[in-house]
Design a protein around this ligand. Structure first.
Ligand code: ZN
Length: 149
């Protein structure tokens, strides 16, 4: 099962919390156990799984990435967004989260962010949910039919 989520990012560099949207999708698919894979098909955006309880963590991550690849740095890439390509490479473009008991098995403080490094713009997250274990067959057959088997 593959779905695309569209995210309109609200700044040049931002971590957009997409956790509720991913949770809603997993709930709607009614999968008991599986894997939820997220991928952004972009060269200047990424996916981060990290704390979403204290918003200062997202700010610290962006500040530290800016120190590593400053927007005003000297780069060869003529488009002028080399800093965004470097930051996107550092955070990566995908994440895989287990689905357990019908829910994303995120830690208590974890959230899923689309990391924007060259916004604002519309981004796409490709979400693939793979079922690794179904409910036992007998549980999926209604009682009245089970008796006839
Ligand atoms: Zn570029």
């Amino acid at each position: 099962m593959i779905e695309r989520i569209h995210v309109i990012t609200r700044g040049h560099e931002r971590l957009e919390d997409i956790t509720p949207r991913i949770k809603e999708m997993v709930r709607r698919l009614r999968i008991e156990e599986g894997l939820c894979h997220l991928f952004v098909p972009h060269t200047t955006a990424g996916i981060i799984v990290n704390e979403n309880a204290d918003p200062e963590v997202a700010r610290d991550i962006l500040e530290r990435l800016e120190a590593l690849a400053p927007r005003s740095g000297r780069y060869r890439h003529a488009e002028g967004n080399a800093h965004a390509h470097i930051k996107a490479s550092l955070v990566g473009q995908s994440a895989t989260i287990p689905v357990e008991g019908g829910k994303l098995a995120l830690g208590r403080w974890q959230g899923v962010y689309l990391a924007e490094f060259d916004g604002p713009r519309e981004r796409t997250v490709i979400v693939s949910v793979t079922m690794t274990a179904a409910k036992p067959l007998e549980e999926t057959i209604p009682e009245e039919f089970r008796k006839r088997l």
